[in-house]
Design a protein around this ligand. Sequence first.
Ligand SMILES: Cc1cc2nc3c(=O)[nH]c(=O)nc-3n(C[C@H](O)[C@H](O)[C@H](O)COP(=O)(O)OP(=O)(O)OC[C@H]3O[C@@H](n4cnc5c(N)ncnc54)[C@H](O)[C@@H]3O)c2cc1C
Length: 469
Amino acid sequence: LADLEEVDTLILGSGQGGKLLAWHLARGGQKVAVVERRWVGGSCPAVACLPSKNEIWSAEVAHTVAQSGRFGTNVENVRTDMGAIYARKQAMVDREAAFHVKAYEESGAELIMGRGVFTAPKTIEVELNDGGTRLLKGEQIVINVGSHAMVPDTPGLAASLPLSHIEALELQEVPGHLLIVGGGYVGLEMAQAFRRFGARVTIVERGPRILSREDSDVSDEVLRILMAEGIDVLLSTDVNHVEGLSGVDVTVRLEAASGQRELRATHILVATGRIPNTAGIGLELTGVDLDSRGFVAVTPRLETSAPGIWAIGECAGSPQFTHVSVDDFRVVRDNMAGGHRRTDDRLIPHVVFLDPPLARVGLDETEASRRSTPVRVAKLPMRNVLRTQATDESSGFMKVMIAPDSDQILGFTMIGAQAGEVMAAMQTAILARLPFPRLRDAVIAHLTYAEGLGPLLSNVPPPAAGWPH
Ligand SMILES: Cc1cc2nc3c(=O)[nH]c(=O)nc-3n(C[C@H](O)[C@H](O)[C@H](O)COP(=O)(O)OP(=O)(O)OC[C@H]3O[C@@H](n4cnc5c(N)ncnc54)[C@H](O)[C@@H]3O)c2cc1C
């Protein structure tokens, strides 16, 4: 049996927040160990955000080239070299891995590559990737194990060895026909990228619209944009049987209100949601409670139900974005140091990296109506943003939510070129509690996309009668 090694802080999973915490604590003089089974820097730089955005950028280049004639540049013999796209992505992933190894070394935190399982409340046994085991005990424990792609129990689906985003990002050939199960952001980003690489793409979504968490005008506009690129989208449709092998030939049976039919594809990609990596790691021995969906139950300070055990990122039920895991790190860092930082008072933006992208921060109409919060809504089509006259990027719109009886900005949604960047300006205004007329009347540089914020905010309806008092 391995000897018990004691450290100050022991972190399970080198996720976004966990590794930042490890480096921070180690630089401060603590003895810190991180147990990671596979990706030295967690999933974001290895198999999620960075590699997907890398290939999506290649897809945008492909699209620009394909459209170049419209802009007066004639290009001949255009073809996609999926091997080169993969190689560029992989070179970045390798650079990221090397950066992380160095960052661990420089910080003094020890990275232990292996699978960790709790054997006692604050003790983890590591099955080392290189063979053998180690047994570690931490004064403080942090769980940052992330999540994995869910594969629905549709008959034949698992046996068809479907792609998840991980395998899709390993493809070195363009699929002939990629069938994507799930119309959430992961599925949509992959759909557009592979369509632009030249694949036939079909999205099958069980619900009545894609991006079900967004307002319906957002879902409708994104649907229109994807269909205009030749992506087939089947809504209110279930896959109820799969036969064959992804990468070779698959036949799916589709069921919709109109009846059943079969569809053949070469590849099948599953993007139907995430399952936390909390099963089978001995959490029942720790006093750490899970919620009904298997996420670690945490307080707004990110404490679990077991004293001295914290949780960070997706496994703690935090919104599933890298920037949230990073902020979870700041919450735990400050609370470990005796502070009072919370997760329930933060403003969390997100971007769906389609072209044009979708960005949202704060309240949208769906959430406002769920909370029965009255709002003033203003909208501006992107074609009314002057910049798009020059670039032809006229799809989409900006939308802002304003309080009914004050000048407070409550939320912003944009589908349009540079939406993520424009959103950051609006997010800053929300955080600063800037009354919307100040932004409406600001002198914003011409000819930028953000210039559209002026006309957008000029469209805000007048306040409810009787205001201001
Ligand atoms: C295709 C895709 C694209 C995405 N794009 C974006 C984006 O553009 N922007 C954005 O903000 N977010 C994006 N995300 C989400 C983002 O990747 C995650 O929210 C982010 O990585 C935070 O994860 P985390 O810190 O919770 O855990 P992770 O980064 O997933 O880390 C958890 C780590 O724990 C390890 N682990 C698990 N169990 C064990 C165990 N028992 N022993 C040892 N190690 C273990 C795992 O190997 C993993 O490395 C994307 C996700 C996907 C799937």
